[in-house]
Design a protein around this ligand. Sequence first.
Ligand code: B1M
Length: 210
Amino acid sequence: MSILQEISTYLQQGRVPMVKELVQKALEEGIEPKTILEEGMLQGMDVIGGKFKRNEVFVPQVLIAARAMNAGVEVLKPHLVASGVEPVGTAIIGTVKGDLHDIGKNLVKMMIEGKGLKVIDLGVDVPPEKFVEGIIENDASIVCCSALLTTTMNEMKNVVDIIAEKGLRDKVKIMVGGAPITQAFCESIGADCYTEDAASAAEAAYSFCL
Ligand code: B1M
């Protein structure tokens, strides 16, 4: 098995020390940081993302794989910057006002980061104005809103409306998701994209950056 395949395999298993050690070893062997990221780590996250979508693995496995991904990224980060690999885009993410559920939002964040985007996490209970501030401060081109309650999902319309009011609507793609959200709801509030799960959200966010 090649070292890149090993990185992918250990990442899928969430083996933090092994991933860190192998990423370091791969660097010492002279493998390009971008190759380690794309053909080792992101490949591993893609496998986990696919399994998660097909219900072959569940939240805990995704969380431990994401933790291993983050640990590997930490080793790689200085080298990626040095070799000029920039994030493919910037997204902001938050759970909407009145809603404190953050497990799904955190998963979406990690999966999007796994696709090479920079993600600014605004947290939970985020009022619409904070999304606007987030776009401006971070020059973000993607806005991700999560909601888990039927009583808070309508806050997403307020986010879409205030972004339009502030003249930023053409600058950003607005993505929505969470258990009560549907494609029809997404269209009814004028958002750009609904996805059912974190892996699909990451794929959609990445495609907006191409
Ligand atoms: Co709450 N809760 N909760 N809760 N809670 C639900 C959502 C509920 C369905 C439980 C139930 O009654 N069966 C219900 C909502 C009913 C409704 O509105 N229809 C409910 C309720 C009522 C409440 C309270 C009002 C309870 C009360 O106090 N009376 C209260 C509200 C607090 C508030 O937010 N203001 C409350 C509180 C809580 C806890 C704090 C105890 C805790 C949250 C802890 C935390 O998040 N840190 C909690 C939990 C854990 C749940 C359940 C059990 C699990 C939610 C979860 O994390 N799922 C939930 C019941 C359930 O879902 N079985 C429930 C796992 C997570 C990975 O899934 O978040 O759906 P999910 O994310 C998925 C997708 O939806 C998608 O990707 C993720 C992964 O694939 N996704 C996106 C999410 N965001 C996305 C964004 C995207 C794209 C995809 O693009 C931007």
